[in-house]
Design a binder for this molecule. Sequence first.
Ligand code: SF4
Length: 327
Amino acid sequence: MTALLTVEHLSVHYSLPAGGLFRRRPLTLKAVDDVSFELRAGETLGVVGETGCGKSSLGKGVLQLVKPAAGRVLWEGQDLCALPAEAIKRCRKDLQIIFQDPLSSLNPRMTIGEIVAEPLEVHYPALARDDRRRRVDAMLERVGLRPEMRNRYPNEFSGGQCQRISIARAMISEPKVIVCDEPVSSLDVSIQAQICNLLRDLQRDTGIALLFISHDLSIVRYMSHRVLVMYLGRVMETGGREEFFGAPRHPYSQALISAVPVPDPDRPPAERSLVLDGELPSPLDPPSGCVFRTRCPLAVPVCITQMPPLSEAAPGHGVACHRWQET
Ligand code: SF4
């Protein structure tokens, strides 16, 4: 199947100006560094990694909510990174985002009817008022809310209901891609399952593609067709769900997967988890060579000097490790 969205060598950098007691010179934080992937219609690509590994910056860079420092985002034959702001605005009809905190992402002064209708006003200005109202009501129903709730305000709803409103707002313009940035991490577990199932149902019905960002591997396994693992802004491993969870090749992926709780009290703890040593290094001062080397149990001298390329361990399965053939 051909790619709907192609991301090539994308980098997102943040400049930190000099100032204060400890920063005597300006610094560059490489939140995303040389990331490439494809997203196809109807599929979910799960993006995983620890907090601070660049997942959210990747999503924002893809949607041009932050200006990438380098790379291309190819969408319908054009590079979003090279488009002027007006042209990007037109593309937003097809490229939407759902944020982590549903309540703070909704305008508290607008009713939910107004919030969900706003993309229609921007992208379909000729739509008659009654038609707009009908589409909003239908969308509210589709996400599990009652149309008569349209005159209420976000603070009258629970976290799960607010996330349903966010999904309705993202879906109302009939987009082709949605970046879901930790969409369930602020919700209770039972509500997480409802929201995940809602997203899967919407994907089945509309063929929408999802870039699903999460630090929770269990949720990523449930939601994704393919997985991309990030560490300090770089891709460590990428592959199909079954291959990735069945036989992860990168030491970081192996550690992440082994740390997922297994409901099997008969297995000894040592078998159940492989705990990573140390903290995630500062992205302001990443390690030389392989960025994972300071926490990697397999590190060898070459890892200090050379960043491993993403090698194809199997068709569609890439691993960025000098020792991937031994893992
Ligand atoms: S390249 Fe070296 S440090 Fe990096 S993951 Fe592989 S073995 Fe570990």
